[in-house]
Ligand binder design. Structure first.
Ligand SMILES: *Cc1c(COP(=O)(O)O)cnc(C)c1O
Length: 452
């Protein structure tokens, strides 16, 4: 079953191609005879590598430099790590990666008015418009991660001492965005690990009573990072509009894997994560909003230099001018056609997720802590009553479990974790889903746990 020597050969071949590429990058307009010979030699090396790949033998690990080695996790294993599933690159993104990896690579044709979202070649302007449309919004900007999207909105709306309401299952980066703006965070308690419009209403009323004013912003996670539970976005949107408070939807676990139409959901801002859910390199993400709010959050600079009198055109303050000016945005763009398609297949992903959790719970003592049936592929599980019982007497303790999974070509669960932990089956094929499901049953049987 071990594919690793073949995968190492593949990387060796790719690295050799890069070495050939370097000859072209350091030459005059025509290669000199020495360079021609160098290319020839490297092509021979490449052919040898390809032969060993073809024969199934493969190669030893080739290092990039010093102890830097290729990462072969996605090729060698089925990876169910909770935060990595939706960020795996498409082949198109990997091609963009090798083509646009040089520093400011998207700036070749940056013409006046010199702003990232205005660049026509590569078609970043069009991409920004399509992104906004994809999210059911009027304006979108790319940002280095969902957290930077929260920062853009919170910094634009929140003054020192203002209250922001968020979910008790909110991600820490939402708190940090509020902290940075000097705001006060108030959590809405969850009921069965779900937050609702009524919950937000109660907290709004409490804040109103205590402070005499309304919170300035509501934040809510579409699907939270703890359980992958779906929250009452429409309900919260309705309550928000009664009070006239804007809502930010945190779509880190939804934008790019399932359809999200922010206006239909009744929210004012939506933030997505490129590296979590849009098959893009890190750090990348998106923040989008309506016409109404765009002017405020995407406001342009008004500052000038007191000595030089310089002004800075239409650069946007919250973006610090430009954001993703190279390979990160190119991976987003390259994956985008696939991403637009894949959100339409979300129902099938949910089916696979439910198939998996049903099989998973056949092991007596294994429980799913997320809401069921699952509406997402990220799930929190509890194996205290099953695999943790084995761990108690096993000489490898909790590591026995990761060992057994790895033997079956599966990685991702926190090494050593056998009580409560998370997994994400997003993007696995049916064959892989069945394989992973079986692996859990097999390990259970091997250690004499009951399988129903
Ligand atoms: C991962 C995650 C984030 C942070 O996303 P980045 O793109 O890494 O900034 C925010 N919120 C939730 C719910 C997340 O799961």
């Amino acid at each position: 079953m071990d594919k690793s020597s073949q995968i190492y050969a593949l990387f060796d071949a790719l690295y050799t191609l890069e070495d050939i590429r370097e000859v072209y990058r350091t030459s005059l307009p025509v290669l000199n005879p020495e360079e021609g010979l160098e290319v020839h030699d490297k092509l021979q090396k490449l052919k040898n590598i390809l032969e060993s790949l073809e024969s199934g033998r493969g190669s030893q690990k080739t290092y990039i430099v010093n102890s830097l080695e290729p990462r072969i996790r996605e090729e060698a294993y089925i990876n169910i790590q909770p935060i990595q599933a939706g960020g795996r690159l498409t082949p198109e993104a990997r091609k963009a990666l090798i083509s646009y990896a040089d520093g400011y690579s998207v700036c070749d044709q940056c013409l006046s008015p010199f702003r990232l979202d205005k660049i026509r070649k590569p078609p970043l302007d069009q991409f920004h418009q399509e992104l906004a449309k994809f999210l059911g919004m009027d304006e979108a900007r790319v940002v280095p991660g969902a957290r930077r999207g929260f920062q853009v909105v919170v910094n634009s709306l929140v003054e020192r001492g203002d209250v922001v309401i968020l979910s008790s299952l909110a991600h820490y980066t939402e708190f940090l965005a509020i902290e940075q703006a000097g705001g006060v965070a108030r959590e809405v308690p969850s009921e069965n690990n779900v937050v609702t419009g009524e919950g937000y209403r109660q907290t709004i009323e409490e804040v109103k009573k205590e402070t005499g004013s309304l919170p300035v912003l509501l934040m809510v996670d579409h699907f939270d990072y703890m359980y992958g539970n779906e929250h009452d976005i429409r309900g919260i949107g309705e309550v928000a509009s009664e009070y006239g408070i804007p809502v930010l939807l945190n779509g880190a676990y939804s934008v790019g894997i399932l359809p999200v139409n922010a206006k239909e959901l009744g929210v004012d801002f939506v933030v997505g994560s490129g590296h979590k859910s849009m098959a893009s390199a890190a750090p990348s993400g998106v923040v989008a909003t309506t016409e109404e709010w765009a002017e405020r959050v995407f406001r342009t600079t008004g500052i000038s230099g007191d000595v030089t009198g310089r002004t800075f055109g239409i650069k946007e303050v919250e973006m610090l001018g430009c954001t993703l000016m190279g390979v990160t945005v190119m991976t987003m763009m390259a994956s985008f056609p696939h991403v637009k398609d894949r959100v339409l297949a979300w129902d099938e992903e949910v089916k696979k997720s439910n198939y998996f959790v049903n099989q998973f719970e056949r092991v007596s003592g294994s429980k799913v802590l997320s809401e069921t049936p699952r509406a997402h592929t990220l799930s929190r599980v509890d194996t205290s009553g099953s695999f943790d019982r084995v761990a108690k007497t096993h000489k490898r303790r909790g590591y026995f479990f990761s060992d057994e999974l790895k033997k079956r070509g599966i990685v991702g669960p926190f090494a050593g974790a056998t009580r409560t932990w998370k997994l994400n089956v997003y993007g696995l094929t049916w064959d892989q889903i069945k394989w992973v499901s079986n692996a859990f049953l097999e390990i259970a049987q091997q250690y004499n746990l009951d399988v129903g």
